[in-house]
Structures are given as C-alpha cells and as structure tokens.
Design a protein around this ligand. Structure first.
Ligand code: SAM
Length: 265
C-alpha cells in the first residue's frame, strides 16, 4: 500500500517544487515557502541555481568522468533536467536509481521512469538516514552494478540531516559500498554570506516542524567530502561551479548554497 500524502503539513519536496515554479504543491507548502521568501527573497533564484548545478554536475560526470550509473538520493519531484534525462541525453545506456522518502515523490515517480531503452531507471521510497536499506534494496542491486563506478548524488538534501543523525556516518556507509573511481556530487545551504537571511528562512521551516542544519563550507566539506579528491573548481557556490556562458550570476548572499563534485580514490 502506498503511504498517504499529508497535504496539511508542508513537505520539503513540495516547497522546493514551488520555488522552482512547479505545480505539485499545496497550500501548506506555499505558506511555508512564502514565509521563507519573506526572509530570503532570492530563494527561488537559489533553487534554480541549485537545479542548474545538478544538471552541470551530471553532464560533467558522464561526459568527462565516464560515469554511467547514478544513485540519486533526495531526488525531489520530477522537474526539468532530471538526472536520467541529462545522463541518457549524453549516453543512452546510463542507469539511475532515484530515492526519496516523501510519498508525493513516489506518486509522481512515473515521470522519473521514462528511461531510454538502452538504459534503466528505478525509484525506491527510502530514507537517506537508513543507507543500509537503500544499498540492500533489491531494486538498487538489480539496477546498478556495484563493481563499476557509481555517482552518488546528494543534492540539496544533506541540510535536512542534522548532526545528531550522523550525516558523516551516512555518507561513509554509502561511499563505502561504491568502488574506487566513483563520485559524490553534493550541495548544501549555508549562512556564511548572509546569516540574518538564513536564520529567518530556517525559522520558517522549523516553525512548521521541518528540521535541518545549515552548515559552513568547512562543515559541509567535513560531512560530504572528507577523504575524496575534489574536482576543479573545488567546493564553491553552486552558481560558480563550472558555469556555462559568461552571463551575470547572482550574488553569494542570494545563492547561499555550496556545491562540489569529488572522486573516491
Ligand atoms: C530541496 S529537494 C532537492 C531535490 C533535488 N535533489 C534537487 O536538488 O533538485 C530535497 C529532497 O530531499 C528529500 N529528502 C529530505 N530528507 C530526506 C531523507 N531523509 N531521505 C530521503 N529523501 C529526503 C525531500 O523529500 C526532497 O524531495
């Protein structure tokens, strides 16, 4: 039986969908999103920059790093440029396992399962905080070959895992299951460039029971990238990570989100 979708409480997947201009959100999500926007008016631009980073990271991983398999945890609602669309647009045989713990994402998962015939996509409802279950799920095992490099995608999800829930242990467990030559791509909200704005936005989430932890660049690096070889240009604002074109980019105090891609030695 599919888990019930609670429309009375805000959910991070639906709030993010609202920021991106999607339609799969409800009144409670929009109210929380609007509260966050009162404090962080540029949050929609930040969400778009985060999403654009995701696309560029997948493109890099396939075209330059030779990756053909992805484990994307905290997938979010289907949007423009889902991982398999970008990856299979370059190499149709790419395989993707999508993971999210929100039943709304499961309800829309069909749009994530439109694989090219040469490749494969799968979706599992599971929790990042239970990495062993994700790794042990038969769908994961049937879709991905753990003897070949895999890119672990943790894009805009680690800030929903506070230190009490041991995010470093979670990342270690996931990376520990992947062979040498695998990659991690991750992004994370930070308050370093505008503490007051982020405190207000964080409060909008917390007052509706959504927990998380905003981290500095050093804290994010420690949670996500310790022991890995970070690729150029290192850990940067998502908007500064291999930008395409020379157009103007938003200010750090608008983006407030770091990203990086790193290789497991
Ligand atoms: C801000 S969205 C990011 C979506 C997508 N990765 C992107 O960056 O465009 C965060 C997603 O992480 C999911 N999420 C939050 N905590 C999670 C957890 N503990 N386990 C699995 N998914 C989680 C939410 O349901 C939501 O869909």
């Amino acid at each position: 039986m599919e888990p019930a979708i609670d429309t009375a409480k805000p959910h991070t997947a639906r709030i993010y969908d609202y920021f991106l201009g999607g339609k799969d959100n409800f009144e409670a999500d929009r109210r929380t999103a609007e509260r966050a926007m009162q404090s962080w008016p540029a949050v929609r631009a930040a969400a778009r920059e985060n999403r654009a980073f995701l696309g560029r990271a997948v493109r890099f991983l396939v075209a330059e790093a030779g990756i053909r398999q992805f484990l994307d945890i905290g997938t979010g609602l289907p949007s423009a440029n889902n991982v398999h669309e970008v990856a299979q647009g370059l190499v149709p045989s790419c395989r993707v396992v999508y993971v999210d713990n929100d039943p709304i994402v499961l309800a829309h998962a069909r749009a994530l399962l439109t694989s090219s015939p040469e490749g494969k996509t799968a979706y599992i409802q599971a929790d990042l905080r239970e990495p062993e279950k994700i790794l042990g799920d038969p769908v994961t095992r049937q879709t991905l070959d753990f003897t070949q490099p895999i890119a672990l995608m943790l894009v805009a999800v680690l800030h929903f895992v506070p230190d009490e829930e041991q995010p470093r242990r979670i990342v270690d467990t996931l990376l520990g299951a992947l062979p040498s030559g695998s990659y991690l791509a991750a992004t994370h909200v930070t308050a370093e460039h505008d503490p007051a704005t982020l405190a207000g936005a964080g409060h909008a989430y917390q007052e509706r029971g959504l927990t998380g932890q905003i981290r500095t660049a050093d804290e994010f690096a420690e949670v996500a990238f310790r022991g890995l070889e970070i690729v150029d240009p290192g850990l940067t604002l998502v908007s500064e990570w291999r930008p395409r074109g020379a157009g103007p980019r938003p200010m750090a105090s608008e983006v407030n989100t770091y990203g990086g891609v790193a290789r497991k030695p």
